[in-house]
Design a protein around this ligand. Sequence first.
Ligand SMILES: Cc1cc2nc3c(=O)[nH]c(=O)nc-3n(C[C@H](O)[C@H](O)[C@H](O)COP(=O)(O)OP(=O)(O)OC[C@H]3O[C@@H](n4cnc5c(N)ncnc54)[C@H](O)[C@@H]3O)c2cc1C
Ligand code: FES
Length: 516
Amino acid sequence: MGSINTPDFTKGFPVDGLPNGGMIQGKLGDEDVVLARQDDQFFAVGASCTHYHAPLAEGLIVGEELRCPLHHACFSLRTGIALCAPAFDAIPRWRVERVGDSVFVREKLAALARYPEANVPKPPHSPSSVVIVGGGAAGLAAADMLRRKGYDGPLTMISADDAAPYDRPNVSKDYLQGPIPDEWMNLRLPDFYKEQRINLVLNSRVSSIDIQQKQIQLHDGKSYEFGALLLATGAEVIKLPIAGARDSDVFYVRTWSDAHALFKRIEIAKRVVVVGASFIGLEVAASLRSRGVAVHVVAIENAPFERTFGPEVGRFFRELHESHGVVFHLGKTVTRLNGNEAILNDSTKLHTDFLVLGVGVRPSVTLAEQAGLKVDRGIVVNEYLETSAPGIFAAGDIARWPDPHSGQPIRVEHWVVAERQGQVAARNILGYRERYDAVPFFWTQQYDVALKYVGHAEKWDDIQIDGSLDAKDCVVGYKQGGKTLAVATIGRDVQSLEFEAGMEASLRKQPRATHG
Ligand SMILES: Cc1cc2nc3c(=O)[nH]c(=O)nc-3n(C[C@H](O)[C@H](O)[C@H](O)COP(=O)(O)OP(=O)(O)OC[C@H]3O[C@@H](n4cnc5c(N)ncnc54)[C@H](O)[C@@H]3O)c2cc1C
Ligand code: FES
């Protein structure tokens, strides 16, 4: 039990061994525990993130929050509660006792109630009913938060998908590399919806919203009244007609069932042409290579990710994929499919078993447009994520919100942003009037490279690289007029968290604990 590197907390730990804001992982019997210090207070909490089990001791302490190094979930050191997505479940905590110059971790504390959260005050506002349109990241995070905050009324979530909310980022990653058990994909197990009285209506598409009557209509003729409405309809793939291709020759990757269909074909595939060299195209390419399938990537741009990350990072990703055997055909497009041959616009012929298309998405805003809500390349929301119609909120890929960090109205397609917006929209549905001011964050995983991106830079006049891309150890800063708008990091998780905390501090952010 315990060694010089992994202390045994039952034997005490020297107070001076832990600086203010520091933490260390150790053992308590069989359990891995993080001991953390904030001023003169010591906290002992579970060592694994409840999202994908990252080691929290490799993260960052910000005030009384412990932040995860992988996807920036935040936990309260005091209560263990998951304050912000992508983690939903609390981490365990233990009583800590200071004796002289040592701190001892004692017994495990009982988990606090979660639905509703322990000691949660009555919400300022309780709508007669809440309807959420969309069963993805934002929709589920909102439903979860409504129940956490003690909303007791009727709660309906309507989804065009055939599966309950699932881990969409995995659709192009682990799931395709699989097989993985279905439980890994479900964000919540079926009992959750029953226990929390969430009326989850799957395979159902909302066709119209009547703002005056406060009613939504489904394609199948059913209708639901709402006291408050959250639109979380996400994005839909852009389809590219390819001459000569039958439906069974072309795969798009947005939903779990898309991935399931593709997975079955990968099992017998030998060569595949992927169209598109952005996130979906290249994550799928990496997954196909991990299954031994030969991959050619055809893309109109001259370097992967050039518009998002600039030429240097683009070059790095191109070489990364090439080192795994991917062949690029950049500045080109597929004009037709002739049996098992993809014909490019320069007449190159590529043998392929089928095509995977990852050429982008567009926000699903038709419902909002038809209802007369303000739409401008996304549903326009204010800082509280409320649309132009009071009582109707929007979150996730569809929402264009006033980002206080860039000073611009922005819309992004990031998992953590969608979930956090769902959480904030839920609190605002309950009358908390909380501004959405989280710093945008996303990640991508390709082979052994995880890139994290914090902030938002649509354009820049300078890119600074600290460290080495090729060594997979760097911070890439995107600057405009001398100000760093965003950083991309590889192998520098703490710096990614520090940059995020710095951006928050520059807004003089109020402690999240007031709502947590
Ligand atoms: C394959 C893939 C991998 C990704 N990987 C990453 C990643 O690594 N990191 C990252 O940060 N982001 C990633 N993303 C992006 C991320 O998944 C999205 O930003 C996020 O899912 C957006 O959440 P959302 O709730 O807005 O929309 P979605 O999750 O798309 O959910 C939208 C929901 O609305 C439903 N819907 C749509 N229209 C209607 C209607 N009219 N009626 C009823 N229901 C409707 C849909 O069926 C769906 O349930 C990935 C996306 C994909 C597709
Ligand atoms: S593993 Fe912690 S946020 Fe994903």
